[in-house]
Design a protein around this ligand. Structure first.
Ligand SMILES: Cc1cc2nc3c(=O)[nH]c(=O)nc-3n(C[C@H](O)[C@H](O)[C@H](O)COP(=O)(O)OP(=O)(O)OC[C@H]3O[C@@H](n4cnc5c(N)ncnc54)[C@H](O)[C@@H]3O)c2cc1C
Length: 495
């Protein structure tokens, strides 16, 4: 046993790192997430080398595979009020950003040996969608499943999101899915043996304009029909729930005390662990590079570790889905849009709900670790797979946050990062069969809310796949709707 400290900011010991390795978290990015090393005030400056040499000594990886984790701005903890005053020209669209994350992970991280020669179901993408589906298929008795992930678990949007889970939606389909998901989350620890730190502190949506206020009114009535206790609250009530909230320029607010936040990483690990226990193979650092098709069917999935023959393929690669679909000449209407997010130093608990100004896309909540976690959409963000971080974002965010919560100006930002929303024309997912390639199933297009939808969508999709029973979800949200013009627009999108 070694209690020797490797990361003093986050109290991570040599033993903690060894434990992570014994659970299969061997590369530096995964160990960082599993143990928390490098996520504190020094951002890895004093512990990264120690962890890397420990991993090399443990022979967890080939020496060439011990590569550092992606550094995150700012260079040192910086107060929100300083960031708010940075001289940024807001008329210039946010291009670029740092770091420019790699398109391909180093081949030294690739596991040795080929992927299985065949499997009944191949799932492309080891994000929350792919893993939740694989786990639910196994629960339905289908364990001949392989999940292919080009990076580490949590490399995509599922490891980069704000962890918000809410029932406040604008269409019955999403209200029902979110309700079911939150029910499943409540028993996740018991079912999957991992704590996802679900905290139902509620969500407060603020409206600054009449059309948004009307939307909140209309949607609250819809929620009540489904048993969701959303209510419209006055500015004073909002200030009672969130002391110090200014409600500047806000006309009204809606509040559902049963919405909440979770910690995204254990959620993914829980599903991945559940998959492995049931015999499903989760192959990380394995890229899908192409397909073999004949007679309107996908026959094989080609990867950097060989081909897999299969009966069914599920495309669950989030914002990367369109580029993978193009490899079999399928056009998806999804577009990737970068969304930036940040986290501050930890504070004592002071913020119950997640607060969002629906008009501007600002949102912020307090994590169970005490950090303020928040983001804000950018109307000038160009379409594209970009996960760089910008000063423009932190400045816009800090200004918007301090407008509503001025007392946090002295709080320091520890790190910022970005991920991609997987945006569809009607803000609803693409699910079900692909016209012309019947055994290629789609599971993407979850915009900025896939995390909270995954448990319920995966449960229904696994049942639909395993039993063949019809389910209207997979016709309602099928790819055909874009050519048939039967779109159903969701209007409760943050950012
Ligand atoms: C900043 C931000 C904040 C968000 N906040 C929330 C929130 O509060 N609540 C919420 O519910 N949702 C939120 N979301 C959205 C949510 O994170 C996504 O909808 C969800 O994670 C999508 O899951 P996924 O499995 O479809 O995609 P991903 O998690 O992106 O997984 C797709 C995986 O496919 C892999 N892949 C790509 N190409 C290949 C290839 N060629 N071969 C093999 N694998 C490949 C990728 O590496 C990736 O891991 C947020 C998103 C962002 C970016």
């Amino acid at each position: 046993m070694s209690k020797a400290m490797v990361c003093s900011c986050e109290d991570v010991t040599v033993d903690d790192v060894k434990h992570a390795v014994s659970r299969g978290f061997c590369d530096v990015e995964s160990v960082k997430r599993y143990t928390g090393f490098g996520t504190g005030i020094c951002q890895g400056k004093s512990c990264l080398a120690a962890v890397a040499s420990l991993l090399e000594r443990e022979k967890a990886l080939k020496p060439a595979a011990v590569v550092p984790f992606t550094p995150r701005p700012p260079l040192y903890p910086t107060e929100l009020r300083l960031l708010a005053s940075a001289p940024v020209d807001m008329s210039v669209p946010p291009v670029g950003g740092v770091p420019q994350e790699v398109d391909a992970f180093p081949s030294s991280l690739r596991p040795e040996g080929p992927v299985p020669e065949k499997a009944k179901v191949v799932i492309i993408g080891g994000g929350i969608m792919g893993l939740a589906l694989a786990y639910n298929l196994a629960c339905e008795g289908e364990t001949d499943v392989v999940v292919l992930e080009r990076g580490y678990l949590c490399a995509g949007a599922s490891g980069r999101n704000g962890g918000g889970v809410r029932m406040q939606w604008g269409t019955p389909a999403l209200v029902e899915l979110a309700k079911r998901s939150i029910d499943l989350m409540k028993s996740f620890a018991r079912d999957l043996g991992i704590n996802v730190w679900l905290r139902q502190g509620g969500y407060i949506f603020l409206a600054k304009t009449k059309p948004v206020a009307d939307r909140l009114d209309r949607n609250a009535a819809l929620h009540n029909k489904f048993g969701v206790p959303t209510r419209i609250i006055s500015a004073d009530e909002a200030r009672e729930i969130v002391p110090g909230l200014t409600m500047k320029d806000c006309l009204t607010a809606s509040y559902n005390p049963e919405d909440g936040v979770i910690f995204p990483w254990p959620f993914l690990w829980g599903y991945a662990q559940g998959c492995k226990k049931k015999g499903v193979r989760v192959e990380t650092y394995t890229d899908v590079t192409g397909f073999e098709t004949s007679n309107g069917q996908v026959r094989k999935v080609k990867t950097t570790r060989g081909d897999i023959a299969c009966d069914t393929v599920v495309l669950a690669a989030g914002a990367w889905s369109p580029e993978i679909a193009r490899l079999v000449d399928v056009q998806l209407p999804n577009e990737p849009h970068r969304h930036e997010i940040l986290s501050t130093e930890p504070l004592k608990p002071f913020l119950g709900p997640l607060v969002s100004v629906l008009d501007t896309g600002l949102y912020f909540s307090q994590s169970m670790r005490g950090e303020i976690v928040g983001g804000m959409g950018d109307p000038l963000e160009p379409v594209g797979l970009n996960m760089g971080s910008t000063l423009r974002f932190v400045t816009r965010f800090a200004q918007a946050l301090m407008e509503q919560l001025p007392q946090v100006g002295h709080v320091k930002v520890l790190r910022q990062w970005a991920g991609c929303y997987d945006v569809t024309p009607d803000n609803n997912p693409v699910l079900g069969r692909t016209p012309g390639l019947d055994n290629l199933l789609q599971m993407s297009g979850f915009v900025g809310h896939g995390f909270m939808m995954a448990p319920a969508v995966a449960e229904r999709m696994a049942k639909w796949m395993a039993t063949g029973e019809s389910d209207e979800l997979f016709t309602r949200f099928s790819l055909r709707r874009f050519s048939e013009g039967t779109l159903e627009r969701e209007d409760m999108i943050i950012g």
